[in-house]
Design a protein around this ligand. Structure first.
Ligand code: PLP
Length: 405
């Protein structure tokens, strides 16, 4: 299969997986299957297909919850793109958060222990303190800057999952994922990574040694802010557990949504290159502004995780944060003046689309190991608009902030 760094390669991969199904005419895209019931000509066919579907065999379906050609094509594409030549399978989920929950529920049982980075995506933190706690699963949050020896010291005999997210949500810490995965493997602990930020364009989690990669397809894979979906890509050895969780909970997606992700994939690499270049230009411009204390972007040499980022990633996406100097936005009016009524930046959470977003972080309660002690933190998603327009819009916001009461 083609490599994901080549946009033409991604587009033809989608064609390749689409054309692996037998349909009467040849077009670039498969027809979109909208389905619930799946029909059989014979009882023997129904029952043998059922046995194959229960076993989690590729493309076996007795009911559209298990899959249709549209969703199977997307699963195959994701396993190839994220798996990067490793033996992987993909399961589709109705959202990125469902992917996180399903992966954890697939491998955890009562009495198990999970290690979670302190910078984890907020709703994943909530999941640990609620559903997982109720199941009798305990969680220890760890500083994402810890090295493998320090994380080893936090492991308990019951530790089952070492969860990773790199860079971390809002604060963008880079973890030493290969070293942490080697540690986990030596202890028989399953590793999962939330690969939202880099997407497979700029990260190769299975080369780093992770067992499961959790993908919010809602973000860069869709790229157009018009669909919610997630996926878990797992090494073949974990497929029975993941497939079991999918069947037990009836996790599935519709054909129209799956088609939108397949369509987004065709342009993902070119979009990512634009997000990367434009975000870096905005980040460098912000670094020179007097209102800004520091810019938290792993591709900047000033970032504490820059060396690790350089070693492990092949690029950077459109999402980063900047910290304002103390006193710069010490009233709600100043913060509002910065982010409201911008021409291009909208106030919003779900990044990864064509559009630029600006969102102040609310980190109180969101960190338990290292409470945030810096100035106000603003997260930007740099979209596909003109870079100079985006810089001018931010300049206007910073000016408005200084003028506001
Ligand atoms: C958005 C996001 C998710 C969840 O994706 P949804 O499809 O919105 O549920 C998971 N992890 C990270 C880091 C995210 O930013």
């Amino acid at each position: 299969m083609s490599t994901h760094h080549d946009p033409a390669g991604l587009g033809s991969l989608v064609t390749e997986v689409s054309r692996s199904f037998d349909v009467p005419i040849t077009t670039a895209n498969l027809p979109v299957y909208r389905a619930s019931s799946v029909f059989f000509d014979t009882l023997e066919e129904a029952w043998s297909t059922g046995a194959r579907a229960v076993a989690g065999e590729r493309h076996a379906s007795t009911y559209a919850t298990a899959g249709t050609p549209t969703t199977f094509a997307l699963m195959d594409a994701l396993a190839a793109i994220e798996g990067q030549g490793h033996d992987c399978r993909a399961a589709l989920m109705p959202s990125g958060l469902t992917a996180i929950a399903a992966a954890l529920l697939a491998v955890l049982k009562t009495g198990d222990h999970v290690l979670m980075p302190d910078s984890v995506y907020g709703p994943a933190r909530t999941l640990c303190g609620t559903l997982l706690a109720r199941m009798g699963v305990s969680t220890t949050f760890y500083d994402p800057a810890l090295d493998a020896d320090a994380v080893a010291a936090l492991m308990q005999p019951t530790t089952r999952v070492l969860y990773l997210e790199s860079p971390g949500s809002y604060t963008f810490e880079i973890q030493d994922v290969p070293a942490l995965c080697a540690l986990a493997r030596s202890r028989g602990v399953v590793t999962m990574i939330d690969n939202a930020w880099a997407s497979p364009m700029f990260a190769r989690p299975f080369d780093w040694g992770v067992d499961m990669s959790l993908l919010p397809l809602t973000k860069y894979w869709s790229g157009h802010a018009d669909v919610l979906m997630g996926a878990v890509v797992a090494r073949e050895a974990l497929w029975p557990a993941l497939h079991g969780a999918v069947r037990q909970m009836g996790l599935c997606v519709g054909g129209d949504d799956a088609f939108l992700i397949l369509r987004g994939l065709r342009t993902a690499a070119v979009r990512m290159r634009h997000h990367q270049a434009s975000a870096l230009a905005v980040a460098r411009w912000l670094q020179a502004r007097p209102e800004v204390a520091r810019v938290l972007h792993p591709a900047l040499p000033s970032h504490p995780g820059h060396a690790l980022w350089q070693r492990d990633f092949t690029g950077s996406s459109g999402l980063f944060s900047f910290e304002l100097r103390p006193g710069m936005a010490d009233t709600p009016g100043k913060l509002a003046a910065l982010v409201e009524r911008r021409r291009f930046y909208r106030i919003g959470y779900s990044w990864g689309g064509y559009e630029s977003l600006i969102m102040p972080a609310r980190l109180s309660g969101a960190r338990s190991v290292q409470p945030w002690e810096g100035g106000p933190l603003i997260r930007l998603h740099v979209g596909l608009e003109d870079t100079n327009d985006l810089i001018a819009d931010l300049a206007a916001g910073l000016d408005a902030m200084r003028a506001a009461a």
